[in-house]
Design a protein around this ligand. Structure first.
Ligand SMILES: *[C@@H]1O[C@H](CO)[C@@H](O)[C@H](O)[C@H]1NC(C)=O
Length: 183
């Protein structure tokens, strides 16, 4: 089983991320997803740990480019870093399943909108198979305000649970003491 050996070498490298055995799950996504209504500013409220994100006051802005792709601008207060990425709808029949890449070198990651009401909350899930025997997943709960209601968060967390994400694995993003003119 050479691949098990390989995996045992790879997994420690991925320890900052969340990996599970088995292939990626296929959770339900937002029916009738409207990209137009989804665009704009979202604050990151909580997430599954992702090594490339740290810091506080994390927010994202999604805007349509003239070529039809989506500009993704991630910002945070820590070191004032901002990262620009590109999202695309890979299959028009499944508009809630986007692909996102943050550089020409990085692979396109999945970005599935499991649920959104467009005006208060969005639940996003991303999963990558590793050698078909394991997978790494990311998840984010985004909100239009820095402090969504507890009930909204409970509902959003439940949706992630159905996708196999344990609420105890979610790390809240610090949204206190943020400068509100950073966009
Ligand atoms: C939470 O979910 C319940 C049940 O689906 C729904 O009735 C309620 O409106 C939701 N609350 C919020 C704030 O989204």
């Amino acid at each position: 089983m050479w691949w098990l050996y390989l995996l045992s070498l790879l997994l420690p490298l991925l320890s900052a991320q969340t990996y599970h055995w088995g292939p990626c799950p296929s959770p339900k996504v937002q029916p009738g997803f409207s990209l137009q209504k989804y665009l704009g500013r979202w604050f990151e409220i909580t997430k599954l740990p992702a090594s490339f994100e740290s810091g506080k006051c994390i927010e994202a802005n999604y805007a349509l480019r003239e070529d039809g792709t989506i500009q993704v601008l991630n910002k945070q207060m820590w070191r004032g870093r901002s990262i620009e990425g590109t999202a695309v709808v890979t299959d028009p029949k499944e508009p809630a399943k986007l692909g996102v890449s943050f550089s020409f070198l990085s692979p396109v990651g999945t970005y599935w909108v499991l649920y959104t009401d467009y005006t208060s909350i969005a639940v996003v899930y991303s999963c990558t198979d590793i050698l078909r025997v394991s997978h790494v997943d990311y998840a984010w709960i985004l909100a239009r305000s820095r402090f969504p209601s507890e009930e909204t968060m409970r509902n959003a967390t439940e949706i992630l649970e159905k996708a196999g994400v344990k609420p105890c694995e979610l790390i809240p993003t610090d949204q206190t003491g943020c400068l509100d003119d950073t966009m």
